[in-house]
Design a protein around this ligand. Sequence first.
Ligand SMILES: NC(=O)c1ccc[n+]([C@@H]2O[C@H](COP(=O)([O-])OP(=O)(O)OC[C@H]3O[C@@H](n4cnc5c(N)ncnc54)[C@H](OP(=O)(O)O)[C@@H]3O)[C@@H](O)[C@H]2O)c1
Length: 337
Amino acid sequence: MRATSEEQSMRAFQVSGTEAPVLPVRRRVPVPAAGQVLVRVKAAALNARDRLIVGGRYSAPVPPGRVPLSDGAGVVEAAGDGVTRFRAGDRVMSTFHPAWIYGPFPGWGELYGVQRDGWLTEYIAVDERSVVGVPDHLSYEEAATLPCAALTAWSAVDGIGPGDTVLVQGSGGVSVFALQFARLAGARVLATTSSAEKARRLKDLGASEVVDYARTPEWGARVRALADGRGVDLVVEIGGAGTVAQSIDALADGGRISLVGNLASGGGMDLTRFFQLGATLRTVAVGSRSDFERMNRVVARHRLRPVIDRVFPFAAAPEAFAYFEKGAGMGKVVIGL
Ligand SMILES: NC(=O)c1ccc[n+]([C@@H]2O[C@H](COP(=O)([O-])OP(=O)(O)OC[C@H]3O[C@@H](n4cnc5c(N)ncnc54)[C@H](OP(=O)(O)O)[C@@H]3O)[C@@H](O)[C@H]2O)c1
């Protein structure tokens, strides 16, 4: 690989361990080893886990100085020896699980932002097997939203089709993609949210009915009534312990819950009612690279456009984290480089 002198030093942000979410640092531009590509990062996106990582609240220890963010997109700048999948100039995206290529979930291995440095950096050297091509119609900012949130949503609505009714909770990154994929699959989609403006926007994206969960604490019964009194076939559960009881109230006989997140604290689920429904609870762990590639073929075929709430410039990464922490927006928060 050929390195030019101006590539020697680069800007990045690292977890600060202080009040500030992230701090700017200068690091050496990595040199790609055999089998690696050097990616010039053009955009990176925030997920709920990144709030926990920079806030010192993540479930695994995060070493000081770690570069955060699992999700990024950029252009291949150089390739190490033996690289065959990509060449300089190719547009690529990260995968959330860098080593899960295909097959069943292998467990939570080394993840960006936790055990290895992530994508909030100008350059990153990664195994060529851990990146995938960007669908042609997407900008780098749009592509950066896909690796975690979109693939999680794709996995969560797996098996849904015409005739099914799906409930998505709120208007965050995963939920908006779940709405889009469920609509693409021909399903009817109901949503919950906490404001009239977001309800209007969810309807514009294809939700047939939206329930305000803040004004209607017993929203499960309301959703069931709106789903022809029968209930929904699938809930994309991002609230977890604080919402699952209502999700069960919303569920049809034989329905499924895809357990994605745990944003709402609360008492958990009534197992007796769950058993009576003959329901299924399935956890989602984002997905493999092969799942991601299949999803991207559908994204490309339907020219699906991710919903971006705001794009912050690289230098304003701390402001992006502060804005994302407030949760005021809808869809994805992105940092452009
Ligand atoms: N298992 C996995 O593979 C996986 C992958 C990705 C994410 N996750 C998890 O999934 C969850 C969502 O992640 P994300 O990145 O999409 O988060 P996000 O973009 O930060 O979503 C925030 C939104 O969630 C909604 N919300 C919060 N509490 C809610 C409640 N009680 N009821 C309904 N909606 C509620 C709010 O929507 P409104 O503003 O509309 O009210 C809020 O704006 C997180 O817990 C995350 O850790 C898991």
